[in-house]
Design a binder for this molecule. Structure first.
Ligand code: NAG
Length: 460
């Protein structure tokens, strides 16, 4: 069992209405579902720097000139996880826990204090926090085994302008059940249709039942193998308010000037812990594990039409499985790559949404250590999206897609056309035969033995 250094903290009860920005980072190994906060009460050092007037904007300004190029910035960038946010309650530090709080008033002082701490910590793991001095209170208590109590939540305005995408913390997101609904109305009590929702929710809606992950291996048979992430209730998706960015003015008005712009949906799927194995011809080929994270970007390219213009894949992990050499090394994408979904054809016109049972895939190259060339593709299964004009009934707390849908399966599929053509051919044969029989007539004269024989002249 781990020994916790410290003792005790009181429940966070002060209603600090003065929210304070914070910057938190750690070199501890973090499981994807853990938050940094979970690591603060381990025995490794926890450094707290109180910085007068600290804000995320101030940090971004400092960093934008130096481009992660001071000791402090380098350490933050190379840490296992870091994020900026807002501390909603004061942070309660146990006086007897040995947690040191250093007060600084400039970035120079902070760099110096950090350098001094680093010289004592050396290579050990640690966590650190920068915050305003008002947000820290010291407590003396000894009935609980926590050295620090902290509750933070992602900041609103400040998070829009993030220096890197790593500042987006996965741990602050809600974990919701499949199927994916964005914005997650009714998925969580936080987002009832009837109440005020964040402005960036606009009037859009996306529904997605599953994601098909396809691995393409060049010069191989089979060349494509797919796995469907979706028909298992252990998959989850993560959501934070700013994952949906829809044009806010589209909420009440669907005139082009109110709806024009870019719409984006960030989707992060946590694959069930046991992973999803792709099967081809009854044998396992590869396994999809961890998280899949991608961003769909829509644009109103001309009045009354909109389309999916970009799909950015930022995270996917594919593991080899025993008994198959189709994928013989771990394939990962961990930095965002964009692709134009040329073949997906996700588009629609004004009062229509878009729906598809299975879309075409969009592919991304993956780096591979061996000579094999791999591409990873994603496609959407049972997918529907509408950017504006969604029907909402706030009184009855209901929201749904409008009735008009541009479906990717046209009314006449190859199968139905074949049926129609065959039916027409058979019916025309039947009609021809009927007309032929119908035109058979009885003769108007018959041979009579008492009269002259009928003679028919046949001439050639
Ligand atoms: C969205 O469409 C507008 C108007 O056609 C265009 O100016 C803009 O560059 C597009 N944005 C993207 C990301 O394609």
């Amino acid at each position: 069992m781990r020994l916790l250094i410290a003792v005790a903290v009181m429940a966070a009860c002060s209603l600090a209405n003065d929210n304070s920005d914070d910057l938190l980072w750690t070199t501890e190994d973090i499981e994807s579902e853990d938050s940094i906060e979970d690591h603060l009460n381990k025995e490794t050092p926890f450094l707290i720097y109180t910085f007068k007037d600290f804000s995320v904007a101030l940090f971004e300004q400092y960093n934008s000139d130096r481009k992660w190029n001071t000791n402090l910035l380098k350490s933050i960038k190379s840490s296992k996880q870091f994020h900026t946010g807002v501390v909603s309650d004061t942070i309660e530090v146990n006086k007897d826990s040995g947690t040191v709080v250093k007060e600084v008033s400039s970035w120079e002082e902070l760099e110096d204090a950090f350098a001094a701490d680093m010289s004592t910590i050396g290579d050990k793991k640690y966590s650190a926090l920068i915050i305003k001095p008002e947000s820290v209170v010291f407590v003396k208590s000894n009935h609980r085994v926590k050295r620090v109590s902290i509750k933070t939540k992602p900041s609103q305005g400040a998070r829009r302008k993030q220096p890197t995408s790593r500042l987006r913390s996965k741990s602050r997101k809600d974990e919701l059940d499949f199927p994916i609904v964005l914005p997650p109305y009714h998925k969580s009590e936080k987002y009832p249709v009837s109440e005020e929702n964040p402005e960036n929710f606009g009037n859009c809606l996306l529904y997605l039942e599953g994601i098909t992950v396809i691995v393409h291996k060049a010069d191989s048979t089979p060349g494509y193998v797919a796995a469907l992430i979706g028909n298992n209730e252990n998959h989850k998706y993560l959501f934070a308010d700013d994952d949906v960015q829809c044009v806010a003015t589209s909420r009440k008005n669907t005139a082009f000037d109110s709806v024009r712009g870019e719409y984006s949906f960030d989707v992060t799927v946590k694959v069930a812990p046991e992973g999803v194995v792709a099967v081809y011809d009854k044998s396992p080929m590869f396994e999809v594990v961890d998280s899949i994270s991608f961003k769909l970007l829509f644009n109103t390219t001309s009045p009354k039409t909109w389309e999916l213009v970009n799909v950015e894949l930022s995270e996917i992990t594919i593991n080899p499985v025993q008994g198959s050499s189709y994928v013989n090394e771990k394939l990962t994408i961990d930095e965002a790559v964009s692709a134009k979904p040329k073949h997906m054809n996700v588009y629609s016109t004004d009062p229509y949404g878009y729906g598809c049972s299975d879309t075409q895939a969009v592919f991304y190259p993956v780096e591979s250590r061996s000579r094999n060339k791999y591409q990873v593709g994603i496609a959407f299964h049972n997918f529907q999206v509408e950017l504006y004009g969604v029907y909402r009934d706030e009184k009855n707390d209901k929201i749904r897609f409008s009735q008009n849908v541009n479906d990717c399966v046209g009314t006449f599929s190859a199968g139905s056309l074949m049926g129609i053509i065959v039916a027409i051919i058979l019916a025309s044969i039947l009609i021809f035969a009927f007309l032929m029989l119908n035109s058979v007539q009885t003769m108007d004269r018959f041979d009579d033995p008492k009269q002259k024989q009928i003679v028919i002249n046949v001439r050639e």
